[in-house]
Each structure stands twice: as C-alpha cells, then as structure tokens.
Design a protein around this ligand. Structure first.
Ligand SMILES: [Zn+2]
Length: 390
C-alpha cells in the first residue's frame, strides 16, 4: 500500500471562503465542547471523595463514563437538534473534528504531556473530508459537498493507478490549499541495506555533519527572516485589535510564517537529496526530538524543525531506493569512532581528540561516524523494530 499526500493550491471565491471559514468555526465549537466534557470529567476525578478542594469542585456522578470517542460521536445527532447550526457542516467533516480531538488525547496519554488545548478564534485551520464516492478532482476543479466546484491548480497530475481517499482543506495566511491523500494498492519493497554507508548527526551548532566530514551550517537566511518576523509582529502588537489595519498586518505576519515554512522545507529537501547523492545507506539517530525540545535547547531544536527533516530524509531515501536506518544515539558524542574507547567531553569541547588511539576530528563528525558504525552493525535485512528487540 502506497500513500501520498499531494498539496495543491485552490482558489475558492469569496462566498466559498465565507462558508469554509464558517464551517471551521462550527467545527472549532464542537471541538472545544467535546474537550470541555473531557476536562470536566478529569477534574471531577482529581480530588479525593471525602474532602473538598479549596478553589472549586467538579461533581460528576461516579457512574459517569469517560466521554470517549464513540460516545461523543454518537451524541452529535442529539446536539444537532439543540444547535441547528451544526447541521450546516457535512456530518463527516464534523465527526472528524471530534476524531481529531481524540487523536490528540491518545497522543497525550501515550506521551504523558501535551494535554489538548482549547482552540481560540481562527485557530481551527483545516477541514477533513474523509470520504468520496467518486473522485472530486475534475480537470480544473475540486468538487466538495455543499460547496461545489473550487478552481484548483493541478501543478502535478495525480498518478495513474492511485485512488483519492481524503481531502483536507487548509487555510494558510490568506491562501487556501487542498492536501489530497492518494493511495495505490501496489506494494513497493523497502530498499535493502546495500552500498556505501553514511552517518548523519544533527546538531545545534551546525545543521548537520556527516561521517564523510561534510559540515553544513544553518542557513543564514533564516536569521534574516526571523528578524523580519519580529519587526512585523511588533507592528502588529501596536495595532488596534479587530481593526482593519490589524487584519492587514496579521495577514502579513501569517504570510511571512508561511514563507519561512516553505523556505525551510525546500532547504530540507535539498539537504536530503545531497545525503542520497553521497551514499547508499543513510543512518540517523532515533533521538526523540519532541522530548529534547522540552529541555534548555527547546527553542533552537524546534527552530530547526528536525523532526520534519528526518521525515523528509526518510521519504527521499525511499524514493531514490536508498536505505534509511535509525540507530540508538546514546553516547555517540562520547565515543571514539576509530577505536571505540570512551572520550568524555562536554558541549564546549568542539574537537574529538582520542587519548587511546590519537584519532582527531571534529566533534560532530566523530558523532556521525559513530552513528554510521552503529548503523552498519544492524543485521542485514532487519528493520528498526527488530533492532530494538535485540
Ligand atoms: Zn580512539
């Protein structure tokens, strides 16, 4: 099974935009209501039964079950009678808003942090149309239920043999996009480990270092864009809220965010292709960036959007028939890639200088060589799951 998300720009007219924005607001309402139910349930079970908390009390019957996904979905028809505006949104799209909340809830349960948040005005920015009887893309248009045909720029055709599964309508700044999910039952074998290996270390000081000694700095244009963003945000903060000028300035800020996202993505793709040019197997660390983002380097780590980079490298490797592997990266910076001896060094030491064998190289290059060495040790033909089990 092959699944791709292709993103196309769409051009809804003013009336269609108004309807889409209205639907997002209604979905936002449903999302927040459902989250309120979950929060109340959690709060009501926080304090002990035989005493009162000082500030507030939530009392829900102990027999009341947790407002689960199925429960909340089943109560939608009843809610529609009470709030007729809910019926304006196609019911499957509305259901997706509840499902989205529960995906967030499950994620929170699995990770232990990141409780779903209420969405403020304008924070609900996409609508998912999960099912189509026939392909909604007809030449130059995208056909959506209750909305009709929206002009679409099909800058690349949907490949033959693929069926369209879902469409997500996304609003970014003042632009609209359709992210089209397509699937093909064809299965392509995963690339097997072969050929020349390279290890990649991602860092804060540099964007990346490879085991071949290539070092890529974080591109400078991000700094320029960031300071421009700061300037625009400062101007925005001086505008009267909800005024016409505020709205104009808000769109400027949103557009710049959008530009930064696109520039970064472009940079990531170029780097990923460069890695595939350099070797046949690419190994990266399996460090959970979302966890390290909590630490003191949080901002920088997020700024680099490393998670996205790994996903892109994985994709580009797959597309070009190169092998992508993840290795346990614990201690890669404290080990000598040449003799395997332990070389303790803190963050300020930028050079790896082995006291056992005398091997000297850049700190990050040493780390990437360790990643490569560990990667090659993965038994041939075994994937990541079996590596963890060993
Ligand atoms: Zn050594």
């Amino acid at each position: 099974m092959l699944t791709f998300n292709y993103r196309y720009r769409i051009y809804p007219d003013i009336a269609q935009q108004t309807v889409l924005i209205e639907w997002m607001e209604i979905c936002r309402g449903a999302f927040n209501f459902a989250l309120r139910e979950i929060k109340d349930w959690c709060d009501s079970r926080k304090c002990l039964v035989d005493r009162c908390s000082i500030e507030k009390e939530y009392i829900l019957g102990s027999e009341l079950k947790f407002p689960g996904e199925v429960n909340q979905l089943n109560s939608l028809p009843r809610a529609k009678k009470e709030f007729p505006c809910l019926s304006e949104v196609p019911s499957q799209v509305l259901q997706q808003a509840i499902k989205q909340l529960h995906r967030g809830w499950e994620y929170f349960q699995a990770r232990g942090f990141g409780f779903p948040r209420f969405k403020k005005y304008g924070q609900f920015k996409s609508l998912l149309f999960p099912q189509f009887k026939e392909s909604p893309v007809t030449g130059y248009h995208l056909k959506l239920p209750k909305i009709g045909a929206i002009p679409i720029n099909l800058h690349r055709p949907i490949p033959n043999g693929f069926t369209l599964k879902q469409v997500r309508i996304i609003r970014k700044a003042d632009r609209w996009y359709a992210s089209i999910n397509i699937q093909c039952s064809l299965s392509v074998p995963e690339p097997m480990p072969h050929g020349y290996p390279i290890g990649v270390d991602i860092g804060l000081e540099k964007f990346l270092a490879t085991s071949d000694g290539t070092q890529i700095k974080s591109p400078k244009f991000f700094k320029g864009l960031q300071s421009k963003l700061k300037l625009l945000q400062r101007r925005l903060s001086r505008k009267q809220k909800r005024s016409h000028n505020y709205e104009k300035q808000r769109i400027k800020v949103a557009r710049l965010h959008h530009t930064i996202d696109n520039t970064r993505k472009d940079f990531h793709f170029k780097q990923a292709h460069a890695l595939c040019d350099a070797g046949d197997m690419v190994f990266m660390e399996d460090l959970d960036y979302s966890v390290s983002a909590k630490g003191m380097f949080g901002k920088h780590m997020l700024d680099g959007a490393f998670g996205q980079f790994r996903t892109i490298v994985k994709y580009v490797c797959w597309k070009r028939g190169k092998f992508f592997g993840e290795v346990d990266a614990r201690g890669t910076s404290q080990e000598c890639p040449n003799c395997g001896g332990v070389v303790k060094k803190d963050l300020s030491v930028r050079v790896h200088n082995c006291s056992h064998c005398g091997y000297t190289t850049d700190r990050d290059v040493a780390a990437s060589q360790n990643i490569r060495n560990r990667g090659i040790k993965i038994p041939q033909g075994k994937n990541q799951e079996s590596l963890i089990a060993i």
